[in-house]
Design a protein around this ligand. Structure first.
Ligand code: AMP
Length: 452
């Protein structure tokens, strides 16, 4: 095959049909657990005023400083020449903007929302790090209590458990205190590094000025060595924060959730306070977290709303799927072709048109590539489609009112009356394998089709 002329951009992937088996399954698990817990779905737009992210996530975070995909029409830049809009790098800021905009503070609190969809970051592409990826996000807005934080984590534990990847993950937890606690701590960190700047790599030297807490989750070896003797956040927590954290840990224990206290866990985004947590890969550590979250009480006010406490989490779906594959978890293949209909001759073709349509209506996944090819090559095609069964209608069968039913796995076939083809297929497949969802006549007994 010659080299294709066009390829998808760097760090961006097609979600191919075989990937969707996993994608759909993961989304379904998330939706199922979120609904059980009373969450409602919200989809903020793919792009927002870039100020929503700058204000909400923090101007001196990697996500805003380096990774925002900005978009906009030429000539519509702001006074500083910046494009006005940015593709969402995560959901939380957009959801909080929507909470304020749609007056959700008038609803019974807390408001529990979840979101699933693509996010965009101009990251350096590498394993598990892409420029377009899928996140799911859950947010509980309007109430501050350690029991809410514990319940959010419990919901995630259920989701990861359903997907059979919980065992592969470690839950790291920390408390980064209130804004005042953190201010004292930031001063202490600055003091600690004063005079040591020249030992810091350049990236951390500038973080020390713009966002000193980021040094705590630095990946730079020199910084990590220096941090060994640095003051810890715990020393600066107020009694109130300490009590909040102790109660939170107690609730996790009550729920039977295992956790690892991680004093250096700060999370990369600015808006967090009190509880922070991450689910990381048990074998490789924090570098490839499957997801993280925490309490972000200051965010709604930062975005211009009334002060409103909140807690949330964002998980990376590609990384979850990677874990599922590593763990040998198979997602069900809902795209399996049940029946391939092959035919020969104009009469047979006409009869097969109706047959294919009727089978599909009854929930049988049916492919009828009703071309002019020979029966033999149609059978080869049925094989390539990995159809479970084949119905063959040639001129002879049309004449005597029969049809051939072939079991493709067993390689056996039998001739049956044409009218028996549908009941026979339904019988063989069994009721539970039929895809009988229909939006038009089954609303009363709606079953989740599991897409989207
Ligand atoms: P964050 O809020 O940055 O911690 O992101 C939450 C989760 O989203 C991470 O733990 C990852 O699972 C996922 N994630 C973040 N950025 C990327 C990326 N560039 N590619 C793939 N997944 C990502």
């Amino acid at each position: 095959m010659s080299e294709p002329k066009y390829r998808s951009p760097k760090g961006v992937h097609d979600v191919l049909p075989e990937d969707h088996q996993y994608m759909t399954y993961v989304k379904k698990a998330i939706r199922h657990r979120a609904r059980q817990a009373g969450y409602k779905r919200i989809d903020p737009p793919l792009f927002e005023d870039r100020a929503v992210f700058e204000r909400g996530i923090g101007e001196h975070t990697d996500v805003v400083e380096k990774e925002l995909f900005t978009v906009g029409r030429k000539g519509a830049e702001d006074d500083a020449g910046n494009k006005q809009f940015a593709l969402r790098p995560e959901f939380t800021a957009g959801i909080c903007r929507a909470y304020i905009e749609h007056g959700m503070q008038e609803l019974p609190q807390p408001v529990e929302l979840y979101s699933i969809g693509p996010c965009f970051r101009y990251d350096r592409p590498q394993k598990g790090r892409y420029r377009q990826f899928h996140q799911f996000s859950i947010e509980v807005i309007g109430l501050s209590d350690p029991s809410i934080d514990a319940q959010v984590i419990n919901l995630l534990v259920k989701i990861f458990g359903d997907l059979k990847i919980l065992e592969r993950l470690t839950l790291q937890v920390n408390n980064i205190g209130s804004a005042e606690d953190r201010k004292k701590y930031v001063d202490a960190i600055k003091d600690f590094f004063t005079g040591k700047e020249r030992h810091l790599p350049e990236v951390d030297r500038s973080r020390l000025i713009t966002n000193p807490l980021r040094l705590l989750d630095s990946k730079e070896e020199d910084t990590i060595i220096l941090l060994k003797n640095a003051p810890t956040m715990e020393q600066f927590l107020s009694d109130e924060s300490k009590e909040y954290h102790a109660t939170f840990l107690d609730y996790l224990t009550t729920l039977g959730i295992a956790f690892t206290p991680t004093p250096r866990l700060v999370r990369g985004l600015d808006y967090y306070n009190q509880t922070v947590f991450e689910f990381s890969d048990r074998s490789t550590g924090a570098q490839n977290a499957v997801g993280g979250g925490g309490r972000y009480d200051p965010l709604i006010e930062l975005l211009g709303g009334k002060p409103t406490p909140a807690v949330g989490f964002a998980g990376g779906i590609e990384r979850m799927i990677w874990h599922m594959k590593e763990a040998g978890v198979k997602a069900p293949n809902k795209d399996q072709v049940d029946v391939f209909v092959a035919q020969l001759g104009p009469e047979a073709k006409k009869k097969c048109l109706g047959l294919v349509s009727a089978l599909r209506d009854l929930g049988v996944h049916t492919v009828g590539a009703l071309g002019e090819a020979s029966l033999k090559s149609q059978m080869r095609l049925a094989d390539r489609f990995q159809a479970r069964h084949c119905l063959l209608l040639g001129q002879l069968e049309v004449k005597d009112g029969t049809i051939i039913l072939r079991d493709m796995t067993a390689g056996k076939q039998k001739q049956i009356p044409f009218d028996k083809a549908i009941p026979e297929i339904i019988k063989i497949l069994g009721k539970k394998n039929l895809d009988t969802y229909s939006i038009t006549d089954k609303l009363g007994e709606y079953t989740d089709p599991g897409e989207g």
